[in-house]
Design a protein around this ligand. Structure first.
Ligand SMILES: [Fe+2]
Ligand SMILES: [Fe+2]
Length: 266
């Protein structure tokens, strides 16, 4: 690796270690999730301590995304209807995306968020269909799978733009990133999640989402990524993907509705 790439790599590593810690609410939600003696009541009280998060969870519950016929007016009601895992995944996803701020360099935030939501929703659908993996962990992994791109784009905007030009000319995404910035987004994403002490299953899935292991969460994310791109939910305008098999046709409308609903929430 040239010295220049070495220096760029150090800049990215510094940017990751300089990231703010996750909000207290995320730490508490992770503690509660890993404690077998914890209950929904514990989770409710953490959510209730954060009014902004409470408001967004209520918006999610009423968005149509979870097909709940009645109007949800309280966190207790939302928790009872949506369940522990869905509330947990909302508690993790909402603050994590907010922590990264809004200036994402050459990344188009709207395309990026649409793509991330589409992959999260597709991952949830695939894990349910295949009956492997917890559906809400799959959703969170899908939502966060390309998070490394945000740090690369924020930290090295010119180099990131150069990598986009290479991708547009046909170079594979991770190869382009590595040759322009010394590291690819899957590795950077995994180091961000490690920095935040997120569960190891998420770290591994993000690290392997372009080199998936059979029957693992990384394979679900890989498939969800491919499907979302083939439906037009791409990260950049020139990105494309060949069609996927007909078995996922019913997923197209589910993703379209979910992207519309969740876009106003996350
Ligand atoms: Fe990716
Ligand atoms: Fe992706």
């Amino acid at each position: 690796m040239s010295e220049t790439l070495d220096k760029l790599l150090t800049k990215v590593e510094n940017a990751v270690s300089d990231l703010p810690t996750l909000p207290y609410v995320v730490e508490r939600v992770l503690e509660i999730s890993s404690d077998p003696d914890s209950s929904m009541r514990d989770l409710e009280s953490v959510v209730a301590s954060d009014p902004a998060l409470s408001a967004r969870i209520l918006r999610a519950a009423n968005s149509g995304l979870y097909a709940i016929p009645q109007h949800i007016t309280s966190i207790t009601q939302a928790a009872a209807i949506l369940g522990f895992r869905i509330i947990r995944s909302l508690c993790l996803s909402i603050p994590i995306l907010s922590t990264l701020g809004h200036n994402w360099g050459p990344i188009d935030p709207k395309l990026f968020r649409r793509h991330s939501i589409a992959v999260g929703v597709a991952a949830r659908f695939i894990s349910r269909k295949k009956r492997i993996y917890d559906t809400e962990t799959a959703f969170t992994a899908g939502l966060l799978h390309d998070i490394g791109k945000i740090i690369l784009s924020k930290t090295l905007p010119d180099r990131y733009k150069a990598s986009l030009d290479m991708i547009a000319s046909g170079v594979e995404c991770r190869k382009a990133e590595s040759s322009c910035m010394g590291q690819s987004h899957d590795m950077v994403g995994a180091s961000i999640l490690l920095r935040w002490n997120l569960p190891l299953e998420l770290v591994t899935a993000i690290e392997q989402h372009h080199t998936p292991i059979a029957n693992s969460l990384s394979e679900i994310i890989f498939e969800a990524d491919t499907i979302s791109k083939s439906f037009g939910y791409v990260n950049c305008s020139f990105e494309s993907c060949s069609g996927v098999s007909d078995k996922y046709d019913d997923l197209r409308e589910i993703i379209r509705r979910a992207v519309e609903d969740e876009f106003s929430i996350l």
